[in-house]
Design a protein around this ligand. Structure first.
Ligand code: SAH
Ligand code: SF4
Ligand code: F3S
Length: 464
C-alpha cells in the first residue's frame, strides 16, 4: 500500500518547529509522508501560534483557504495543533466545521487515538489537557531523517514567569524540564545523522533543571552537550535577562562550541513599563548584564525583542527604549506592536495606546535599528570567519550559503561545499540581512587569522 500524504504547516517560534518535527515522527509511524502541496494531502496539520494578533490571523486565513480542499476531497482530514489550538480548544471545532481534530501543546501522544477514532467512526475531537508539570515528549517516537546540518532540541516546556502581556504560560503550561539524559541521547542520535549544530530550546532556558532535584542546571547542560562528538556548534534560545547567571555569561568565553550569539529580549527601555510588564529587572540591570557579556566575549552578537505601545506607554517611555537601543547597539532587534491576549493581565490595563501611535513608534524604532544593524554587520567586513555550510544560496544557486558562529547568513562563491562543511571565509560586503564572502580558495593564506569565540585567534593554536 502506498504512503498517505501529510501537509504540515508551522506557525510561530522555533519551539513549534521542533514540535512539528516530533509530530511528523508520530505520523511517519502511521505511514504518513510529508508533501509540499496542501492540495494533494490526505492530512493537513496546522501547528499554530497565538503569541500576538498577527500570527493568530495568519492561522485563520490559512484555515479559510483549506476549506475548498475539503469540498473537493471529503476524505481529507484537517487537524489543528499548537498554541492557538490550546487556547481555543473545542471552540475550534464549533467555529470551523471543516476542522476534524484539535490537539493541545501537551497531547501529542494522543494523535494516534484521535486518528483511529476519526478513521473508524468520523468522530471529531479536541484534546487540550494542560495540567501539571508533564513532559509532553516522554515516550514519543524519535526518528529524524538524515541530511540536516542544524537542528532544534527542546530542553524544557512551558513558562512560570507570567509577563503581563504574554499568553505563553497559558498555552504551554507550567515550566517543565526534560530529563537531561533524554535530551543528550537525542543530540547523540542527531550527531550520528550528520547534524553539526544544535539549538537548545525553552521559553526560559536559564531555569533548566530548577524544578527537578539532582538534575543538571543549564550551564551543566551546555557542558554536557559540549562533550558530544560530531556536534560543532551549540546555540540556545530564549534566555530571560533576570535569570542570566554568571556561570552562563562566563560559558561564552569558555565553551569552545558555544556560539557567540545571545538573544536576550529586553521588551522596553523604560523601568516603569518593565515593571508593569512584570519582567523582574530594570534597564540598569539589563545594561549591566550586557556589559558583562561583552567582557566575557567581546564580539558576542546580541539580539533582542521589544514591544511598542504597551498599555500606558508614554512618549517618554518610548524615548527610553530608543535610548537603550542607541546605547547598547543591538546587532538585531525584533519589534512588535502590543496586542491584547486573552487571559493575560495586561488586557485589563487601562490606557491602551492608540493604533496610529503604536504604528508611528514601531516605524521610528525600526528605522533606527536598521541603521544600527547595518553598521554592526559592516564591522565584519574584511574579517575571516568560520562558516557552517548549509547548502546553496537561495538568491544565487551558484553560491554557497551558510552561517557564522554569530549567526549571520553568509553567501559566498566558489566550488560547491557539502552541507555540514566548516569553511573559513573572508567577508567582502555586509548587508542588513546577510554578509557576502569571497571565494575561499583564492582569499585565504593557510595561516590566516580567523574570528572565533569572539576574539581573533591564530589558526593552529586553537584549543578545540
Ligand atoms: N520567551 C521569550 C519570548 C516569547 S514570545 C521571552 O521570554 O522573551 C516572543 C516575543 O513576542 C516576546 O519577546 C515579545 O517581544 C513578543 N510578545 C509576546 N506577547 C506579546 C503581545 N501580547 N503583544 C506584542 N508582542 C508580544
Ligand atoms: Fe512569555 Fe515572559 Fe514567559 Fe517569555 S518569559 S514566555 S515573555 S511569560
Ligand atoms: Fe507562538 Fe506558542 Fe511559540 S504562542 S511564539 S508558538 S510558544
Amino acid at each position: 500500500m502506498g504512503h498517505k500524504k501529510l501537509y504540515l504547516k508551522t506557525f510561530g517560534c522555533q519551539m513549534n518547529v521542533y514540535d512539528s518535527e516530533r509530530i511528523s515522527h508520530v505520523l511517519a509511524a502511521r505511514n504518513y509522508r510529508l508533501v509540499v502541496n496542501p492540495s494533494e494531502a490526505d492530512l493537513i496539520f496546522l501547528n499554530t501560534c497565538s503569541v500576538r494578533e498577527k500570527p493568530e490571523q495568519k492561522v485563520y486565513s490559512a484555515l479559510g483557504r483549506y476549506r475548498a480542499f475539503k469540498k473537493k476531497n471529503s476524505k481529507l482530514i484537517i487537524g489543528v495543533g499548537g498554541c492557538l489550538a490550546q487556547q481555543e480548544g473545542e471552540g475550534f471545532l464549533k467555529r470551523f466545521p471543516h476542522v476534524d481534530f484539535v490537539i493541545g501543546t501537551k497531547e501529542f501522544k494522543r494523535i494516534d487515538e484521535i486518528l483511529d477514532d476519526l478513521e473508524d467512526s468520523g468522530k471529531r475531537s479536541a484534546a487540550t489537557h494542560l495540567n501539571g508539570r508533564v513532559d509532553p515528549y516522554a515516550s514519543l517516537p524519535f526518528s529524524p531523517s538524515p541530511s540536516k546540518v542544524a537542528a532544534f532540541v527542546s530542553i524544557m516546556q512551558g513558562c512560570d514567569n507570567f509577563c503581563s502581556y504574554c499568553i505563553v504560560p497559558f498555552v504551554r503550561g507550567r515550566e517543565v524540564s526534560r530529563p537531561s539524559q533524554e535530551v543528550l541521547e537525542e543530540i547523540r542520535v542527531l550527531a550520528a545523522k550528520g547534524v553539526k549544530e544544535v539549538t537548545l530550546l525553552g521559553q526560559n532556558v536559564n531555569s533548566y533543571g530548577k524544578t527537578k532535584p539532582g538534575e543538571l542546571d543549564f550551564a551543566g547542560m551546555l557542558k554536557a552537550v559540549q562533550e558530544i562528538a560530531g556536534i560543532e556548534r551549540i546555540r540556545f534560545t530564549t534566555s530571560h535577562p533576570k535569570d542570566l547567571s554568571r556561570p552562563l555569561i562566563e560559558a561564552f568565553g569558555r565553551l569552545p562550541k558555544l556560539c557567540e550569539h545571545i538573544h536576550l529580549p529586553v521588551q522596553s527601555g523604560s523601568d516603569r513599563i518593565l515593571k508593569r510588564m512584570n519582567r523582574g529587572y530594570s534597564g540598569e540591570e539589563y545594561l549591566k548584564k550586557i556589559s558583562r557579556l561583552r567582557q566575557s566575549c567581546p564580539r558576542i552578537r546580541i539580539t533582542t525583542d521589544m514591544i511598542v505601545g504597551f498599555p500606558a506607554e508614554e512618549e517618554e517611555d518610548f524615548r527610553a527604549s530608543l535610548e537603550m537601543i542607541e546605547e547598547i547597539q543591538f546587532d538585531d532587534l525584533f519589534s512588535f506592536k502590543y496586542s491584547d491576549r486573552p487571559g493575560t493581565q495586561a488586557t485589563h490595563f487601562p490606557e491602551k495606546v492608540m493604533e496610529e501611535v503604536s504604528q508611528r513608534r514601531l516605524t521610528e524604532l525600526q528605522t533606527l535599528q536598521r541603521k544600527i544593524t547595518l553598521k554592526r554587520n559592516k564591522a565584519w567586513e574584511r574579517e575571516k570567519v568560520e562558516v557552517l555550510v548549509e547548502g546553496r544560496s537561495k538568491a544565487r544557486a551558484e553560491d554557497n550559503m551558510g552561517r557564522t558562529r554569530a549567526n549571520h547568513i553568509v553567501n559566498f562563491p566558489g566550488k560547491p561545499f557539502a552541507a555540514g562543511s566548516l569553511v573559513t571565509v573572508k567577508i567582502q560586503k555586509a548587508y542588513a540581512h546577510s554578509l557576502r564572502g569571497e571565494s575561499p580558495q583564492d582569499s585565504l593564506p593557510e595561516d590566516g587569522n580567523i574570528v572565533k569565540r569572539g576574539k581573533s585567534v591564530s589558526r593552529g593554536k586553537e584549543n578545540l
